[in-house]
Design a protein around this ligand. Sequence first.
Ligand SMILES: NC(=O)c1ccc[n+]([C@@H]2O[C@H](COP(=O)([O-])OP(=O)(O)OC[C@H]3O[C@@H](n4cnc5c(N)ncnc54)[C@H](OP(=O)(O)O)[C@@H]3O)[C@@H](O)[C@H]2O)c1
Length: 266
Amino acid sequence: MRIGIIGAGNMSEAMMAAWLRNQVVKPDEIMLADVREDRLTDLRQRYGVGVTTRNHEAVPSTDVLMLGVKPQQLAEMLDALQVAVAPRCLVLSIAAGKRLEWLEERLPAARLVRVMPNIACRTGVAMSAYCAGTRATVADRSTARMLLEKFGRAMEVPETLMDAVTAVSGSGPAFFARMIQAMVSAAAAEGLTPDQAQVLAAQTMQGTASLLLDGAMSPRELIDAVSSARGVTMAGLQVMDRRRFDEIVGELLTVSIQRSRELAEG
Ligand SMILES: NC(=O)c1ccc[n+]([C@@H]2O[C@H](COP(=O)([O-])OP(=O)(O)OC[C@H]3O[C@@H](n4cnc5c(N)ncnc54)[C@H](OP(=O)(O)O)[C@@H]3O)[C@@H](O)[C@H]2O)c1
C-alpha cells in the first residue's frame, strides 16, 4: 500500500509511525509533503520515508492520501493542489470540523473517509471515530478501519455524531489530563511529589479505563464497588455531587460540541 500525507505535523507523524511499526507500509511506500523543510528533513532522517515540499508530489500513485493540515489551512491547501485526486485514491481527512460535503465539493472525484483520531495514537491506544463519504466503498471503510486500528480502537459513526465525538474523544484527553493536573496539585499539599502523584493518578485512570473497556463493569457498578457508606470514597463522591460535577461535565461537553459546530460552519 502506498500512502501520501499532506501536512506532516504531530498527528501525521504519530499515525505514520504506527503504520510503519505495524508494517502496514514500508518507508519507501510513504510520501510526506509539508511546507516546512526542516521538519521534513527530520522526519526523513528518523523514518527513512520520502519527503517533498511540493504537495502534488504526494498524490500520484498513492492508494491512500491523508490530509493532515490544520482545518484552517485545508481550503487554501486544496485550492493550490496542482493535480486532481484520482478516484482510485482513498482520501482520509483528519481535519476537525471539516464535513464530508465540504470535502467532496473540493475533491470531486475522491473517495473520502473523515476521521477524528486522538492524541493517544502516539502510544497506540487512540480512540478514532470515522464516517464515510458518498463515494466511499465498503472496501474503503474496511481500509480506513484497518489503518485506524493500528494505533488503537476505531468506531464508525454517522457524520451527525462527529461534533459529539470531537468533544468526547478528540478533546477528551485534555479534559482527563485536567482532572489529573488538579489531583497532582492537591496531592502536593499532602506531601506527594508531582511525579509520585502523577503516576498514582494516571495509572489509576488507566486501570479504571481497563475495567470499563473489558465490559465487566458499568461506571455505576464500578463506583458502587469502590465506595461504602461513610467511607473514604463516599466522602469524596459527596463533594462531587455537592459541587455539581455532572453539571460541569455536561456544560463542558455542550460548549465543546457547539464550538465544533461553529468551526464546521466556518
Ligand atoms: N492534535 C490533536 O490532538 C488532534 C486530534 C484530532 C484531530 N486533529 C487534526 O489533525 C490535524 C493536524 O493537527 P496537528 O496537531 O498534527 O497539526 P500540526 O502539527 O500543526 O501539523 C500540520 C502541518 O501541516 C503544515 N502545513 C500547513 N499548511 C500546509 C500546506 N499548505 N501544505 C502542506 N503542509 C502544510 C504545517 O506547517 P506550519 O506549522 O508551518 O503551518 C504543519 O507542519 C488537524 O486538522 C487537526 O484538526 C488533531
